[in-house]
Design a protein around this ligand. Structure first.
Ligand SMILES: O=C1C[C@@](O)(C(=O)O)C[C@@H](O)[C@@H]1O
Length: 151
């Protein structure tokens, strides 16, 4: 059976496409999820894509990733990146290879975006590539977990 990866998007990412397009671009969350599904399929992986504006729901999905034996997690925790010890703890708790993604270059923005609680729980972090960051994250995750294109 195909291995799964979880692609988790946090608060306000449901507004991609209309939210501050000069920063986040015009692509929508549906575009992100399509890109993730296609990229994952290229490695024989199934992307389980979820978005929530609630911290607890994101934590529940991180736990679910473990019970589903997911091979990896790609997470854009949105604003919770900079505040959530609980999301950090959940990721550390499940011990699943994780890549952190941000659409914008958080280091070229306000100081409060320069710290990430997610980064310490991830083996890699990507930012500033727009939604292509999700494709790059899945490529890197696939390499990390040894997933390759189906024959
Ligand atoms: O909601 C978001 C989106 C974001 O995670 C990004 O994808 O660039 C960056 C965060 O600082 C911000 O709160």
């Amino acid at each position: 059976m195909a291995q799964t990866i979880y692609v988790l998007n946090g608060p306000n990412l449901n507004l991609l496409g209309t939210r501050e397009p000069e920063i986040y671009g015009r692509a929508t969350l549906a575009d992100v999820e399509k890109l993730c599904a296609e990229t994952a399929a290229g490695f024989g992986l199934v992307a389980v894509c979820r978005q929530s504006n609630r911290e607890g729901e994101l934590i529940d999905w991180i736990h679910q990733a473990r019970s589903d034996k997911a091979a990896g997690i790609v997470i854009n925790a949105g604003g919770y990146t900079h505040t959530s010890i609980a999301l950090h703890d959940a990721l550390v708790g499940v011990q699943i290879p994780t890549v952190e993604v941000h659409v914008s270059n958080v280091f070229a923005r306000e100081d409060f975006r320069h710290h990430s609680f997610i980064a310490k729980a991830a083996f890699a972090s990507l930012c500033g590539f727009g939604i292509d960051g999700y494709r790059l994250a899945i490529n890197g995750l696939a390499a990390k977990i040894g997933a390759s294109a189906p024959a």
